[in-house]
Design a protein around this ligand. Sequence first.
Ligand code: GUN
Length: 287
Amino acid sequence: MTGTIIDGIAIGKEIREEIKERVTVLKDKGCQPGLAVILVGDNQASRTYVKNKQKSTLEVGMKSELIELPATITEEELLGYVTKLNNDDSINGILVQLPLPEHIDENLVIRAIDPTKDVDGFHPENVGKMIIGQQAYLSCTPYGIIKLLERTGTEISGKHAVIVGRSNIVGKPMGQLLLQRDATVTYCHSKTKDLASFTKQADILIVAIGKTKFITGDDIKEGAVVIDVGMNRDENGKLCGDVDFTSAKEVASAITPVPGGVGPMTITMLLKNTLQSAEQACTRENC
Ligand code: GUN
């Protein structure tokens, strides 16, 4: 079997077109959505991510505000910027790019963001609501993966989903979102013994561990849907995932490439969350 390649670029573009249309409606009512990004220090990877986020924000017609702060900023000063954005009606989404410098408590900063503007879906209020199935901002990468599965017609209900990786941003929320859609979910992580015995049972396999080509075709069940969240560089400096694409695609029924799979969906869902926040604010203000 040679698996279908799940085209995150095309699906992301399709959703961004839908977002763009709804942004136009809001703009006509005088409610242009706005996303503010706070970038602390000069981590090059973070700078690139933020630049891409800004570009996509502008492309769908939203306002984009970038606040660049030095790595030496104090926690208190940073919290001051967050509060200012919480109180700014022209801003519907606030994103503090992680990681933050070591002297700053990330959890404290995330908790300071108004949950109604927490378009990353990292605030404990949103995480808690998500787990009990209430409306909440969903963490963008797992939310994007759900959209990939939905738009490719992948059945989730009753399927065995195996998640490799248990981060707060991807693995943990991913499992919850699949559970809500009636999958049977298994979490695997760095201490899991005989990992392949689990991954080989997966109808849907999600890999988010940050290890180059760690999962190969031998670890995958024939016909599985494989979602690769990894973003690594191989020995030649080429972008690659946590899954060995060449061997895995011979076994999977569908698989995401890296780049061009999950990555474009993460930014797309950030824009979708910002749109949702703006639509709710616009209704509240009766525009
Ligand atoms: N750093 C890496 N990924 C992310 C993300 O999705 N959101 C934020 N805020 N920081 C990140």
